[in-house]
Design a protein around this ligand. Structure first.
Ligand code: SAM
Length: 235
């Protein structure tokens, strides 16, 4: 096999792995098992497939901080929900953020994230499809969820818990693969949460670059100040 054939074979294997990850039916046991086996080669595989989601969500976080948040980047608390091996954390650190926590279902992915040394704290065995019971409300200025609202992974309903742990007037930044957004009617859940005063869509970059196979939508949600939201509803 020549070098070109080897490269093609590696790219095909990476694509198969990525595709297989979409068939795990949101089953926590299967997801954890799958990512346990992928943790050591994940970065190489997604890099081969042109994955740029982490850079885009981090740059959105930078724009949100500059445009809206009163404190400097070094004082902005960020939760990287579904942090994986830490690709988002590395981009955030490059942009000057320093208070970054990570959570993930897979302990092995979380361990890779710890090795980047850009996180303040990383916790594995956290299922975003359930309540984040170990996490206090209104803790983070920005909550990021990249590559996690993906087929077979995390349901759109998880947005409610992400909003709960985010501070009033803070932001949630999330990517949704196009196929996921359509299959799960993600926008319907966004409308329900918006009607309930849980979040407001501040920006959406539709059909941005994500990975070779397909694009993604990038969402910026604002978590409203409860007192203001309640007053507006009464008017
Ligand atoms: C495609 S990777 C994305 C990782 C990282 N955010 C990135 O952009 O490279 C998906 C990550 O979500 C995690 N994950 C999948 N289902 C999850 C769930 N129900 N709760 C928490 N994390 C989950 C996986 O363990 C994996 O690390």
């Amino acid at each position: 096999m020549n070098t070109l054939d080897q490269q093609t074979a590696l790219e095909q294997a990476a694509r198969k792995r990525i595709k297989d990850s979409h068939a795990l039916n949101e089953d926590a046991g299967r997801l954890a098992h799958f990512y346990r086996g992928w943790a050591s080669s994940y970065d190489l595989d997604v890099g081969r497939d042109g994955y740029c989601g982490p850079m885009i969500v981090a740059e959105l976080a930078g724009a949100v901080q500059t445009a809206y948040l009163p404190r400097p980047r070094t004082a902005i608390a960020i939760l990287d929900a579904g942090c994986g091996t830490g690709l988002v954390g590395v981009e955030l650190e490059r942009l000057g953020f320093r208070l970054i926590d990570g959570i993930d279902l897979s302990e092995e992915m979380a361990e890779q994230a710890r090795k980047t040394h850009v996180y303040r704290h990383v916790q594995g065995d956290i299922d975003l499809n359930g309540p984040l019971s170990g996490h206090s409300s209104a803790t983070y200025d920005i909550t990021i969820c990249c590559g996690v609202f993906t087929l077979g992974h995390v349901r759109p309903e998880a947005l409610r818990e992400l909003a709960r742990v985010t501070r009033p007037n803070g932001f949630i930044i999330a990517s949704t693969r196009k196929s996921y957004a359509t299959a799960t009617s993600f926008e319907d859940e966004v409308s329900r949460l918006q009607d309930a005063g849980v979040l407001v869509t501040a920006q959406c970059l539709k059909d941005g670059k994500y990975i070779a196979e397909e694009g993604a939508h990038y969402w910026v949600f604002k978590v409203p100040d409860r007192a203001c939201a309640e007053t507006e509803q009464q008017l």
